[in-house]
Every structure is written in C-alpha cells, then in structure tokens.
Design a protein around this ligand. Structure first.
Ligand SMILES: [Zn+2]
Length: 169
C-alpha cells in the first residue's frame, strides 16, 4: 500500500497510516459521540467544519455542494487500550464514500455495496486488492480486540476547542 505523508490532509494521522484509514468504532463505544455529548451543537459544529474545509472532502478532495448534504462530519477518536479511554481528537469533513470506508463494516451492515467500498479504499490509497484485504483484516482485528475492553470517553476536545458544554451539565 502506498503510504501518504501529506499530514495536511489528515493532521492527526501518523506517517505510517494510509491516506484513507479505516476507523471502525468498537461496539462498546457506539453512540459515544458528539451528538451524545450535546446534540444541540452538532449542526453548528459540522457546518463550521464544512466551511473550514471549503466544502471539499478532506481526504479525496472531492468538491461537494453546500446544499446537497454530500459532505459528512467524521469524528476521529484515539483509543488508549491500556487505560480504556476513547478520546475525540478531531473532526473532518468527508464525502459520502470516504466516510463510508471509515466505518467499513457498519456501512456494509447498512447495505452499502462492499465492492464499491473496497474499490474506494484501494483507489484512494493507491493499493492493490491484496494490500487492501490485508489492511482491512488488520483493522477488523483491531476493532475486535477493542470490543472486548471497557471504555470511558473523553470529550474535552469539544469542550475546549469549541466551548461546548455537556448537554446536562
Ligand atoms: Zn472523499
């Protein structure tokens, strides 16, 4: 798989990660997201992120229309497996397909055509099908391992960066 070193595209990625990473959320962490933290602010935050990105997918560069709802807001999480802490570390404006690949198995479970998901993963990362399969399996193993752990979630990024209070605080 070709490694992408453009840290402007994914500021928080390490140099060893591909351009379009898969970030499946382990089952104990489902729904522990910005909407859960304070859904009243979700639209304000995501449109702010879309504006900062110039209504362009921050991974593949696809230009999206402001009106069509083509862009989606991806929440990037860091998982500290030793401490069991899931931390939101960033937000990204992504096109439908880049976001669908981020949540590969969830997308597949919702009926998204896996052939198209896999093709997008390989195309954006300039990867062969063999490299794509190897990467996908690695991320599935990681997700299964994390699903066996207990997690607390850290939303301080939303509180400190966007001054958003927790819904019921
Ligand atoms: Zn994209």
């Amino acid at each position: 798989m070709t490694i992408n070193y453009d840290t402007n595209v994914v500021p928080l990625a390490t140099a060893k990660e591909p351009k379009l990473t898969i970030e499946m959320v382990p089952s104990p962490c489902w729904h522990q997201n910005a909407r859960f933290y304070n859904e009243d602010f979700w639209d304000i935050i995501r449109y702010h992120i879309y504006g900062l990105a110039g209504y362009t997918c921050q991974i593949c560069g696809k230009k999206c229309s402001e009106k069509s709802g083509e862009l989606e807001c991806h929440e990037k999480f860091h998982y500290n497996e030793e401490l069991g802490i899931q931390t939101i570390v960033g937000l990204q404006a992504l096109c439908y397909w880049c976001h669908a690949v981020k949540h590969y198995d969830r997308s597949k479970g919702k009926g998204v055509d896996e052939t198209l998901l896999f093709a997008h993963l390989c195309r954006i990362n300039d990867a062969t099908p063999e490299e794509g399969v190897r990467y996908l399996n690695k991320k599935r193993d990681e997700c299964r391992r994390r699903a066996k752990l207990k997690w607390a979630v850290d939303f301080s990024y939303l509180k400190e960066r966007f001054l958003i209070p927790a819904k019921n605080s």
